[in-house]
Structures are given as C-alpha cells and as structure tokens.
Design a protein around this ligand. Structure first.
Ligand SMILES: *[C@@H]1O[C@H](CO)[C@@H](O)[C@H](O)[C@H]1NC(C)=O
Ligand SMILES: *[C@@H]1O[C@H](CO)[C@@H](O)[C@H](O)[C@H]1NC(C)=O
Ligand SMILES: *[C@@H]1O[C@H](CO)[C@@H](O)[C@H](O)[C@H]1NC(C)=O
Ligand SMILES: *[C@@H]1O[C@H](CO)[C@@H](O)[C@H](O)[C@H]1NC(C)=O
Length: 927
C-alpha cells in the first residue's frame, strides 16, 4: 500500500506530501550533494553500515495525556548508508533553498484549464475583488486563465463562446478561508464526520486531505453561491488540529481530491506551494479534554501544551540544522540519519516559515496568549479565526511582525462565552486600525453557499461595498498566499469567475453562472438585462434623531415612504400608545401632538420571534445563564407539562439585539430534549419584567412538541415511539382540562418541530385521526413536498430557517435556491396557498429576520411572493398562526418600527421603535 501511495505521488510530482516531509527539492548541480558522492566516502560508509541495525531514535513525541513521554535523545553511535546520507542532504537543500514569491503574472498557466473552451464575456461590469470597478468591459477566459480584461477585445480564439452578460456584475469567485466542507459532509452522518481527530489535543500530523470527500453534496451547492476556493481546515476540538488544504469547488472527472487542490499540478519552480495548519485555543479543547479528566482542562493547560509542542519542534529543527551543518562540513562523518519525527514534521515546517498558520481564538487574552507563544518560539500567525474579540485589541495584534488577518463572522455571536462580546461593527473597527478582515463561513456552521451574505451584512454594519466584497475575495486569498491566482479578476488569474444575477450585496444575490478554471458549472443561463430597480425612497440621512421624543406615546408620523401596516398611508397618528389614524388624518390632528417627519422612512410591523430560546437563556452553552434544559421522559402526566412563562428572563443582551432588529415580541417554548417541550409564552422583547404592564402578552400560547431525529433519546429511541406518544396524549386527554386536551380540541395550536417529509406525512395522518387537532409545522424543510396536503388540511408552516440546507438526513430534499433550484420551500408552499411564517433558529441571528423575509420576496420569480407577503411571514401571519386573539393581537397592532429606507434594502437602518407600553424609542442598530 505504501508503494502504491508512493507511485501515486510520483505521477503528480508537485503534490505536497505534507506529513512525510517537504518535497520541494530543486536540486542544483554544484551542490554539496555532489561532493558527498566521492568514492572515499563509500568506503568509509561501508565500514560503518553494520551499525545501522541500531535503531536511531531521537525520541520526539507529541504530548499525549496517557503517554507523557519526555523528549529524550539517545546516544547515537551508528554510521549511515550513502543513500541515507544523500536523502538527508537533499532535505537540507530543500530546507535551505530560497522560496519563490507568489506574484501575479500575466503569463500564468493554469494546468487544470488547458483546452477548456474559451469564453468571452461582453457588456460586463467587473468588480475585480481588489476594490476596483470596471464598467462595460469584456473579459476573456482562455485555458483556465483570465487572459484579457479590456474595453474591447478583438483577438480571441475562433472557437470562443461569446456570452453577452448585458450589464450584470462579473467578479472573481469567492474564497472561503474557513470551511469544513468535504470533511463534515452533507447530509451529516457519523460515517462522514472526519472533522476532528479528538483522541489527543495535539495532532499537527493529521491532514484534512485524507478525509476530504470529493463527493460531498455540499460542494456543488456551495459553488452555486459563487464560492470557488475554500480552505478546508480540521475542526477546533484540538489545540493543534492538523494540516489544512485549499480546494477548488469543481468536481473533476478523476474524482481525485488531489486534482481539486488550488495548486494541483503547478510548477513548483514558478510558484510556492504553501502549507496550512489549524490551531485552536479557548473553550473547545478545555471542554473536550477537561470532561475526560485530561489536560487541558483550563487555558493554563492549553498554554503549556502549545509550548511543549513547539519546544519539541524547536529542538527537532535545531537537530536538523545541526545535522545539515555537519553534513556540509564533513559528510563523511555523519553517524545518524537526518533527524525526522513524523508527529512533529508540520510544526517544524511552521517554524521554518513554510506554513500559513490559522488559529481559532476568540477572547482578548486568548489572542494575546497565542501571540506570546508565537513570539517565544518565533513563528507567525497568518490569521486568527472567529476572533470575535479582536476588535477590542488591535494594539495587541499589531505586536506581531506580520499583518495578521482576522477571519471572522459578520454577525454570528453569543453562542458561547468566548463569542459573547462580539460586535457586527468589528470589521469596521479592525479595518480602521489597519488590520485585514476576511469573512468566512465555518461551513457547515454557516452555509458557505451564503458567504456573500456575510459580506452584505458587513456592508450593512459599516464596511463600504468594495471593502466588504474584498473580505470574501482578495483578502482571504492573500491570507492563504494564493493571491496570485484566486480572489481577483485580473489578467493572469485563474478563470474562476461569477456572473451575478444582481448587485452582489443585495438580498437574494445568486450567480447566473460560475466558472472554475474556465469550466462553467451550471446550465447555461438565459441572461436578461438586470432588473431596473425602482429607485427606492432614498435611505434618509436627514431623519434627525431627537431623543427628547423618547417615551412619547402620542405623536404624528408624516412623510412615510411606505407603510407596511396599512396600505401605504403616509401619515400615522398615535395617541396614548394606540394608532388612531392612518392616511388622511386631518380631523385627528389636534395640532399639539409632536410631529416627526420620517423623510421617506418605512413603517413596518413589529416582528415576532418563534422557535428560538430568546427569553430563556443568555449564553446557551452556560446553563447558569438560563432556565435550563429538560431531559426526556415518558411520563404522560399532564401536570408535568412545563410552562415557559415560569422561566422567562428579560433584559438579556440577546433580547436587546433582537429588539434592535425589529423583533418586538417573542413566543418561546421551554428548552427540552423531550417530545413534549411544554407550553410557550408570548412576551414583549423590550420588557423589563413579567410584572411590567404589557410585557407578558400571553402566558399560555401553544403546546410545543418535536418529532424526528433530534428528539430521539433513551426515552424515545425512535420516531415511531414519539408519534405513538403524541397520539396517546392527544387521544387520551380529548376531554381533559389540561394543555394536552386544549391541543387535542384545537383550543390552542400544537407547534410540531419537524423537517422530514415522511414524519410530516405521518403527522398529516394523525390530523386525519384527530380532526380537531391544529398542528403547525415548525422547521419544515421538506414540507414543500406535501404542499397540497398541507394547504388542504390548513396546516401552516413556519419555515425555520427560511433557507434550508440538506445538512442532515431529514432535510436532504432541501431546495437550496438559484441557480440549482428555481424555487425554495417558501415559494412552493406559498404557491400552494399554505400559510407561512418564518422562525428563528439561532437567538443571536434573530436580528436578521427581516432579511430572511426580504430574501424570499427578492428571489420570487415574477414576484408571486410579494414584499407584503414576506413582511406578513414575520409578523401578522405568525400572530394569526398562534391565534391572534389569545396573543393579544390588539396590543401588537400598535407596535411598529421605522426603517430609514426599504427594510429589504440592506443599507437601511432601523431607527425608531414604537410599542404601546414604552412609546417611541430611537435606536441605533448596534451598541
Ligand atoms: C478527464 O478529462 C481529461 C481532460 O480533460 C481527459 O483526458 C480524461 O480522459 C478524462 N477522464 C475521464 C475518466 O473522463
Ligand atoms: C525569527 O524568525 C525570523 C523569520 O524567520 C528570523 O529572521 C529571525 O532571525 C528569527 N529570530 C530568532 C531570534 O530566531
Ligand atoms: C501590512 O500592511 C500594510 C498596509 O497594507 C503594509 O503597508 C505593510 O507593508 C504590511 N506589513 C507586512 C509586514 O506585510
Ligand atoms: C426551472 O424553470 C425552467 C423554466 O421554467 C425549467 O426549464 C427548468 O427545468 C427548471 N429547473 C429546475 C431545476 O426545476
């Protein structure tokens, strides 16, 4: 097997061998390797070769908790063969060889695109990925390379395919520098999870390429979002997670993952082949190993293990350098082989500067500790990943001798303590401090298909359009040392090119076509001129925030650009917290009410968060910050049905951020692993206590249950036991005065968290058996496959998330959207007349609900699903689904927000909130 592997490597000589040692060996004729071949040497070696049987071991070990064997050096008395000597000397030469700089070159060859049909794009508006915008140009792709970009290209091969892109924006393919695609495949199965080798905290020697599945279904889906290059990192369970590899997201006909590498088949005398390594500090390793009673159980242990590993690597590097020096002085006297330890090879490569080190760290002190290790052992960090606290410590980051890139999320935060201080303004703050910022997905944590949406959000929170776009193109390419090939649309770059259906940072943006190495990935699109956007009432700069209005509950709003509350009335009069008039309100205007000119701002109903744990927990990984999670139990005792109202915690930062995202109320069920979660409560997100007037809308809203894989437990090992339980509690309590009875009779709705089509079909059967029962599907990824049945049975669907992924088996039929599918689940359900709501999957992302809705409206063909529909999905539809009157719909009708422009325009800001209880409040969208 080893031989087979070896041969495979030889047919692809430029493939980096990773763990078995750098194979960059530009041998030179005048080298001292030649001198080492003198005949006298052979004689000498002949004499000492006998001693070879003595095992030469330098005794380097990576620390393993179970075998904390110290580094030891055994006395070496053996001589070595000529061959061993030559091999060692070749390694010394490779170490000492000057490194080639990766500079862009117009005559660059892309070995993977040779012979691909040339393409000429005409009428293109180019975003070049480096901040440049070129209007009305032509782009020529030949042999997998961008061979020309010019106003008018006259010389191109005869068989070139000419595509008129009619003014659409054309850009380089996106680069995602933090992905687990291929090692954490879709759908997620135990068998395909090859993300973390969590058997030891220090595993620099494992390689993502050994697990990368070139048939991961995600590859094509992610490419359909315009992402063409990804850095596939091992996970973050270990301190030193292993070696990473950069792939292009194009299936190759050999199905060889080596052929998918960004630098497959390159000429290494022309280009440097960087290596990549993943490290991680902070909560993960101490949790994983601490729970096993192993080191590290604290950050203290983490620091020691990092230092121990680098200490060993430093000694090995020194031993190698000593060997090379000895070989250079007197090769005849070499007594041992060139010192190598497979387990430490990658770390030595880091010390030698051949590796781009990518380090997952969040907290300020984690970043500082890791830099301290890097100074102690003299290596550099290419990028800190996630790094949600980096914006607080630019000065510390600048102590490094190089520009460390911060590869971060646009607005994902709050899921654990180390992610709790995050701010979506961080990219702006970091750029202002001169620190490069890349945006990444951590796929499948976020679906890399929507990497561009990360850029759109960063733009919303303060980056310019081009700064945001660079954060998903040239900046990550530079951090990966690949900015001579990918991340820019310029002459000499790889022909990884996207034609966008609209301006890339607009809601709903998706590729019409994606080329990788000049090869088109999707069916040939019909390209029509981009839709002329109706000039939205301009997001107003002149809307003057007047804090003296804060708390006012009688006022007049004038000059409303668009009013989503009521048919576009441009005036609203509010008295004592209640809307008393919209539209022609002359009579209602008493003249002494304060009047606020909205300057064309948009009035939008308050949104409702459903399906989240908002109000029950602050940091979900810290039990002490929340109500707690209920274990599964087969008890049918209706007296044990838990009510969320008893556990509500208000004034959390999560609620505050949701509120500033326009979410003025939430319906939250208890957090539970049980089939029956309990009974939800409805409350105002801006309230300070359940005792405050109006905060608690309804303490007893709906029965919540979950069906499917997520609800499997020792108590309910199968879906069928879950269904059986549900059937029993409904049937046996039909007459009972408890929540089961209310649900069975349809007095309250039953919210069923479920995604799979077969589970949903079973629930439809149950509905036939108990017609009075009023189920609502929450989740609903595959519900679209039963759209007709759901419409007929009048069962609403709360899609959660609005855009699914086939991330697990029960969601494998997810419609991922253009260009792969014409519609998404929402469009199909809507077309069939199913009542739709949108849910919140991640508490920290609740503030994105308006964009979730806007995405659906803006991707609806022929606008079948209108903007008004979309706003209803996150407001009035949800109120109706939860039986508006029970909810206190009357009170909610007076709650609204004002955006500076169209809420579906991502440059708009939410500026004003009105609730019946608290009156007006000016808000700035982020603290
Ligand atoms: C793959 O493509 C290459 C060139 O593009 C071709 O030479 C080769 O025969 C193809 N292999 C298969 C298995 O189709
Ligand atoms: C640290 O590394 C840099 C870059 O490789 C090198 O120039 C410098 O001499 C090293 N410093 C020490 C103290 O080894
Ligand atoms: C860091 O970035 C700045 C600004 O782009 C540049 O001027 C400087 O040369 C860079 N420093 C290094 C060490 O690359
Ligand atoms: C999308 O719609 C077009 C035209 O309506 C149709 O030709 C095509 O087959 C559809 N594609 C998919 C994936 O359903």
């Amino acid at each position: 097997m080893a031989t087979g592997k070896q041969q495979q490597y030889q047919t692809i000589p430029d493939y980096e061998r990773g763990g078995s040692g750098p194979s960059l060996t530009p041998s030179s004729n005048q080298s001292w390797l030649r001198r080492a071949k003198r005949p006298a040497l052979y004689l000498f070696l002949g004499l000492v070769v006998v001693a070879l049987v003595v095992t030469v071991s330098l005794g380097f070990f990576v620390p393993h908790p179970k075998h904390p064997t110290p580094w030891q050096r055994q006395p070496v008395k053996a001589g070595i063969t000529v061959q061993a000597q030559q091999e060692g000397i070749a390694k010394c030469e490779a170490i000492q060889a000057p490194r080639v700089d990766n500079v862009p070159r117009p005559d660059r060859v892309n070995p993977r695109g040779l012979g691909v049909q040339p393409v000429l794009l005409t009428n293109a508006n180019v975003w070049d990925g480096e901040g440049g915008v070129l209007e009305q140009v032509q782009v020529l792709l030949v042999d997998g390379v961008v061979s020309n970009v010019a106003k008018s290209i006259h010389s191109y091969p005869k068989h070139t395919k000419v595509i008129d892109v009619k003014g659409h924006i054309v850009s380089p393919g996106l680069v995602d520098m933090h992905s687990h695609i291929g090692v954490d495949s879709w759908p997620g199965l135990w068998a395909t999870d090859d993300t973390n080798e969590m058997t030891s905290p220090i595993t620099p020697f494992v390689r993502s390429i050994d697990g990368f599945n070139p048939s991961d279904k995600a590859i094509r889906i992610v490419a359909s979002g315009g992402v063409t290059s990804v850095l596939v990192l091992p996970g973050s369970g270990n301190l030193i997670g292993g070696e990473a590899f950069a792939f292009k997201l194009r299936h190759v006909n050999t199905t060889s993952n080596e052929d998918m590498l960004v630098q497959a088949h390159i000429d290494q005398t022309q280009e440097r082949r960087w290596r990549y390594e993943k490290h991680a500090c902070g909560e993960n390793a101490k949790r994983v190993y601490g729970e096993l009673g192993q080191i590290p159980s604290t950050r203290l242990g983490e620091g020691f293990l990092f230092r121990k590993a680098y200490d060993q690597a430093t000694k090995l590097r020194q031993a190698q350098d000593d060997w090379c020096a000895a070989a250079q002085r007197s090769p005849a006297r070499l007594e041992s082989r060139f010192p190598e330890v497979l387990e430490l090879e990658a770390l030595v490569a880091i010390l030698r500067g051949d590796v781009r080190l990518n380090v997952h760290c969040y907290e300020t002190h984690d970043l500082e500790a890791f830099l301290r290790h890097s100074f102690e052992y003299n290596f550099t960090v290419a990028a800190f990943h996630h790094a949600l606290d980096a914006y607080r410590v630019p000065d510390i980051l600048k102590r490094a001798p190089n520009n460390i890139t911060i590869a971060t999320f646009a607005d994902h935060w709050g899921y654990k303590k180390e992610a709790f201080q995050g701010s979506p303004k961080a990219p702006r703050i970091l750029l202002d401090a001169g620190i490069p910022v890349a945006l990444k997905s951590d796929h499948p944590v976020l679906n890399s298909q929507h990497l561009l949406f990360e850029a759109a959000k960063a733009h919303h929170y303060g980056l310019t359009e081009q700064e945001a776009f660079q954060a998903v193109t040239s900046v990550p390419a530079r951090a990966m040392g690949l900015d001579h090939r990918v991340g820019s649309l310029k002459i000499g770059y790889d022909a990884d090119v996207v034609i966008w259906d609209r301006s890339p940072l607009e809601l709903g943006a998706a590729p019409l076509q994606v080329f990788v190495d000049g090869v088109p990935l999707f069916d040939e699109p019909v390209i029509e001129s981009p839709e002329q956007k109706v000039a939205a009432t301009p997001a107003t700069e002149s809307l003057v925030k007047d804090p003296s209005n804060n708390g006012v509950n009688s006022f007049v709003l004038t000059n409303i650009g668009r009013n989503f509350l009521d048919g576009d009335a441009s005036t609203i009069v509010v008295e004592q917290g209640k809307i008393v008039c919209q539209g022609e309100c002359a009579q209602a205007l008493t003249g002494d009410l304060p009047s606020i000119n909205l300057q064309g701002g948009y009035v939008v109903p308050g949104f409702v968060a459903v399906g989240s744990s908002l109000g029950l927990v602050e940091i979900s990984s810290e039990d002490s910050t929340g109500d707690g999670v209920i274990a599964a139990s087969t008890s049918q005792d209706p007296k044990q049905i838990v009510e969320a109202v008893d556990g509500i915690k208000l004034g959390t930062r999560h609620l505050e951020e949701a509120y500033k995202g326009g979410i003025l109320s939430a319906i939250t069920a208890p957090m539970s692993s049980n089939v029956v979660l309990g009974v939800s409560a409805a409350f105002k997100t801006g309230g300070s206590s359940v005792l405050t007037d109006g905060t608690l809308i309804n303490p007893h809203v709906a029965l919540h249950v979950q069906i499917g894989n997520a609800a499997k437990s020792a108590s309910f090992p199968s879906v069928s036991t879950q269904i059986q339980f549900l059937r029993r509690i409904l049937q046996e309590n039909k007459e009972a005065e408890n929540a089961y009875g209310e649900a069975a009779r349809g007095d309250i709705p039953t919210i069923v968290q479920v995604n799979g089509k077969d589970e949903i079909a079973t629930l439809l059967r149950l509905k036939q058996q108990i017609p009075s029962w009023q189920p609502v599907i929450l989740g609903g990824t595959e519900a679209y496959l039963l759209a007709e049945h759901l419409a007929k049975a009048k069962i609403p669907v709360i899609l959660s998330p609005a855009l699914c992924t086939p991330g697990d088996y029960e969601q494998q039929h997810c419609l991922t959207g253009a260009p792969l599918t014409n519609e998404t689940a929402a469009h199909v359900l809507h077309r069939h007349g199913v009542k739709i709501g949108l849910g919140v999957v991640d508490d920290g992302l609740a503030r994105n609900l308006v964009w979730d809705a806007g995405w659906l409206a803006s991707t609806s063909k022929d606008h079948q699903l209108t903007e008004d529909d979309a706003i209803r999905f996150v407001s009035t539809n949800l109120q109706e689904i939860f039986y508006g009157t029970r909810l206190g719909q009357a009170a909610l009708q007076n709650d609204f927000t004002v955006y500076s422009g169209h809420p579906f325009d991502m440059t708009s800001q939410l500026v004003l909130v009105h609730t019946q209880e608290n009156g007006l409040e000016w808000v700035s969208s982020v603290v």
